[in-house]
Design a protein around this ligand. Structure first.
Ligand code: SF4
Ligand code: SF4
Length: 96
């Protein structure tokens, strides 16, 4: 009598974790086309032709981003937070 011992359950495992396809929280992109503000680029621009070196912008900048270099205002973009206070005080419109 062929007593096969080994024909036992071979596929008992059910639920093979196919992944439930969770389609819900795909995460919306905020509509900004690739690359958010990871790298900050020029927040303000100083026109050296217009700058008279009066230093007003330097004194109003809350972050110390501005300084006078060779009689012209210069901005440290890494410090600038874009408040534009300097733009408001510049008498010559050198900062945009
Ligand atoms: S925009 Fe604001 S933080 Fe930036 S340089 Fe001007 S005053 Fe400073
Ligand atoms: S306020 Fe305007 S003119 Fe005066 S230093 Fe700054 S950028 Fe130059």
């Amino acid at each position: 009598m062929p007593f096969r011992d080994g024909t036992g359950p071979r596929g008992m495992g059910r639920g093979r974790g196919m992944g439930r396809g969770r389609g819900l929280g795909m995460g919306r992109r905020m509509g900004s086309s690739s690359g958010e503000n990871s790298t900050k680029t020029a927040t303000i621009v100083i026109d050296p032709e217009k700058c008279t070196g009066c230093g007003k912008c330097v004194s109003v900048c809350p972050t110390g981003a501005l300084s006078l270099v060779d009689g012209k205002a210069k901005v440290d973009q890494l410090r600038c937070k874009g408040c534009r206070a300097c733009v408001a005080v510049c008498p010559t419109g050198a900062i945009t």
